[in-house]
Structure formats: structure tokens, C-alpha cells
Design a protein. Sequence first.
Length: 295
Amino acid sequence: MKLIVGYLATPGGADALALGVRLARTLGAELGVSIILPPDRMVPSLVPVGGYDELLAEQAEHWLAEARASIPADVVAGTHVSFDDSCADGLIKEAARVQADLIVVGGSGGGLAGPYSLGSVVNELLHSAPVPVAVAPRGSRHWSENRVREVTCAIGERAGADLLLETAVRFSRAAGTPLRLVSLVALDPMFGTLRGDDDAVRGRALAHAEHTLETAKSQLPEDFPVTSTIVDGRTVEEAVSKLQWRDGDVIMVGSSRLSAPKRLFLGSTAAKMLRVLEVPMVVVPRDQFEASDLP
């Protein structure tokens, strides 16, 4: 298994690298650390000696060397400088080149409030990547846990939920980490959400959670640690805020139903969750594992 970290010599880049190391160690995966530069910096021979572009390309190699030096010896890692007009497209191409199973990026940037503040590159990845994207919240580099402790999977009832569950099960089985299945219930009747009285909504969510738990158990070894719960609130944010988290936890969510096959599209529910989450989020595209499977 291979992971690609989209790296910058910034706090957000350090968060991404720390999450990449944690995921690689947990899964026994190979880690690639990549910096994307614009194509006009691809030909140093055309730049005067000591020119800014040439120095920046050299600096990128220096940043990558520092990043690699910070990676623990028990994680197999390499570095690579790529060139593309779009940083997001460059990361997608690099992931395809090395046949990576996951792209890891830092959530610090401009945009959403809270632990995640997504910049334009991360936003583009979350709407176009053909492989899962893991987003590290601000401060991930300071966490003491050096492996994934538990995987939480937010399961809904829309198309793609079965694939998301399968992905979470495979991840947990490969990593040997407990799996927590969560059904989120927003009781406030908003457009596009389930309508009805609160008891009926909770009852349907409970039945769905029980079915999901049994499905997951059927795919996991006997006595594998898997649990299921429902949390409700007037909004998605309120429901998510009731979940308990610890260092080393991650949450997996599915791509929006608006996404094209094998492409991501960050849906409104996931975007709302990002506003209050303090753990890494892994967004899984539709039909992802028709072509590539976790071990």
C-alpha cells in the first residue's frame, strides 16, 4: 500500500506529514512526500544562475530533505518534486504515477472555521480526487499517539453507503484498529433531510445502525472490536459534537452523491462535520474500490 503526502514547509504541511506517518505506520504502507511546483520552474537551465525560480526549486528539495529526515526509521518513505499548473492536479497525477491508495493533506488554509481551515488546493482535491483524501486538522503534528487508535465511520442511507462501510471495514482489518460505526441524526427538518417526529426518526436510525453493525461483523474476524451508535441533535454539527474523540482517532465519510464515479465531491453533511471535528477526516470517492483495494 502507498500513501502520498502533499507537503509544504508550513504548519499545515507538518500536520499532513504527521498524519501520513501515523497512517503509514498503522497500515505498514510506503509513504511518499511530494511538493508541486509550477511548470515554468521545471527547466532550471533557462533561469539565470542564482535566479529566484532556480533557488525555489532547490529550496523545495531542501524542504523535502528536512521532511524526510523527520520521518521515523520504521516508516519507508521517499520524496519527489512534481511540476504542474495546478497543485491539486499535480498531486492526483503523482498518486496515479506511484499507484497510491490515499492522498494526505493538511487542512490549514483559508475557508472553514475551527480545526479545519481548508485552502483552495485541499478544496479542489476534495471535489476531484479519484482516491480517498485524508485531511489533517490543525495541530495534528503535536499529537502524542503515533498510530491510528480507532476508525469511526459515519454511515448514512444514501447510495454509496455500502461501499463506504466496506472501505472502513477493510481499513480497520488491515490496521488492526477498532471500528466505530456512527449514524448521525439531524432532527431539525431541513430541506433534503428525513422528516417526521423525533421518535420515528430515532427508531429508523437505530434500525439502520443495527443493520450496519451486523453487516460489518459479517465481514470481520470473530471477536473483532466493532461497535455501533447513533447521535442526534438539531443539526449535523450538534450531533457530531456529542461524539467522544481521542488522539489517534480518524473518521471516514463518503463522497457526495453528486460526485462522478471514482471522483470525490465533498457533500454538505461532510462540510458541516468539518466545522466541529478535531480528528482527521478521510473522504472516500464513489466506486473507489472497484479498481483498488486495501489489503
